[in-house]
Design a protein. Structure first.
Length: 127
């Protein structure tokens, strides 16, 4: 039980560190052709915070990628997954320590989170 609490603390510390970073906290997502996005952004892929709503002035546009085709969409997905991947990498360091101490349950949960971040970046995440 103590090892599981340590892993939870590690995740909480990693998330806190992320919130104190100089970048916009995640989660982010790739968006295109969305209602609520200004007309000049509609042909591009926007990277936005998940709480983005231009009408209600919530969330943020992280960036706008210009171009066309599948490579543009793949780049947008990869950028949008950056906060999730950073969190997953930080947690994997804690999971390694968990494995060394014999706490496999939380280590496997962390590996599942890492796989989810990779799937988001690759566009294979389940919605």
């Amino acid at each position: 039980m103590a090892a599981e609490q340590e892993t939870t603390d590690t995740r909480t510390n990693a998330q806190s560190a992320r919130l104190e970073s100089e970048y916009t906290p995640g989660p982010w997502k790739a968006a295109g052709d969305l209602d609520g996005i200004r007309e000049d952004y509609r042909e591009d892929r926007c990277i936005i915070t998940e709480d983005f709503d231009e009408e209600n002035r919530t969330g943020s546009i992280i960036g706008v990628l210009r171009g066309h085709g599948p490579e543009l969409r793949a780049n947008a997905r990869l950028i949008a997954a950056a906060p999730d991947m950073l969190d997953a990498l930080k947690c994997l360091l804690g999971a390694y320590d968990d494995l060394e101490s014999g706490n496999t349950v939380t280590a496997f949960r962390t590996l599942a989170d890492a796989r989810a971040a990779i799937a988001k970046a690759e566009g294979t995440a389940r919605q």
